[in-house]
Write a protein that binds this ligand. Sequence first.
Ligand code: KDG
Ligand code: MG
Length: 416
Amino acid sequence: MATITRAEVNVTSPGRNFVTLRLTDADGTTGLGDATLNGRELAVASYLADHLIPLLEGREADNIEDTWQYLYRGAYWRRGPVTMAAIAAVDVALWDIKAKRAKVPLYQLLGGQSRIGALAYGHASGREIPQILDSVREHLELGYKAIRIQSGIPGLGSVYGVAASAAGGGERYDYEPARRGIAGGERLAPVEEAWDTRAYLRHIPTVFEAVRAEFGPDLPLLHDGHHRMTPREAASLGKALEPYDLFWLEDCTPAEDQAALRYVRSQTTTPIAIGEIFNTVYDYQTLITERLIDYIRSAVTHTGGITHLNKIADFAAIYGIKTGFHGPTDISPVGQAAALHLDIALHNFGIQEYMKHSAATLEVFDTGYTFTDGLLHPGDRMGLGVELNDDLAAKHPYDPAYLPVNRLLDGTMHDW
Ligand code: KDG
Ligand code: MG
């Protein structure tokens, strides 16, 4: 047993912004937690520095459940991405400390190993079908055994999920959709993208037809609808994609509306995944108990940490629903490692999203996890297995960034 004696928030931008919390206990053991919320980083940094850290010093580091309940119930204004990312960072840092004190990799405290590695999916994309096929080939060469496909849409400019240099660079460091600050003080505003759902619905089945024709029926393929469709549109896409046997269709409708998925579910057998913008188990309550989804997409980083996501996963398991945790590059290596320890331990693991971080990010965050032959391995370091190099982090100051916004062709704001 040892009390928390120190808590520091680090904001660094090695290619993109990350917010990291470091807790230290009275014996000098340190733990890290990821608190990155793309486009709203400083709100979480302030929540931690101004509202949580003053409550942490002197608390018992071992009492993780009590600390979680204290921060969640004690806020009164519960839930929401800022609050839950801040609580997640504290929670993961405490799990890191506990595992280091026990001298075991964190997954050992979560039940031990349920599998030899976590099946990961990568992001293939392109503006045109030939570029998409090249991108799938590159991912297969990198070892991926499951691949998400995102495509440009005829008549539209930049579209969510299509990497900026679409045909080259298999590891796709240029995927990041957030627009970063502009040197010279120009006012920073989100990029405005144009959107046309009818053009999208016409085009996407032709993309999957081409990918299946080229790579055969076996390869697990995924697609992200990024919250843009009505239930009827989503149902029609799900039906149109049935011949291509998707692993999942993600975020087909706006995520606030759990009931929307009743109609989608009744119309199509395409598996449904949702949840990257959810914060608590209550966002899933209808979806899980009515079996409206197949995969929960939360990130440890945005869902109250390991303590809460573990409970969501167990709740989902009772209904035969699996995990597919969020893991784009705006989850830091600390958040990615936390997901990985859960992936290895949970019985109802399904798949893990994985995009390798940039070289600059991996200099700042020293990681112990590896990707081999399609599987992610948390490694055998004690705790989470990730350390933050403060000196290198200091070389990359915060750089304001915003995710894009979406407008229909007549200028109406739409979901991005
Ligand atoms: O910051 C936004 C990204 O996390 C999100 O757009 C990524 O949808 C996403 C995914 O499935 O990885
Ligand atoms: Mg998504």
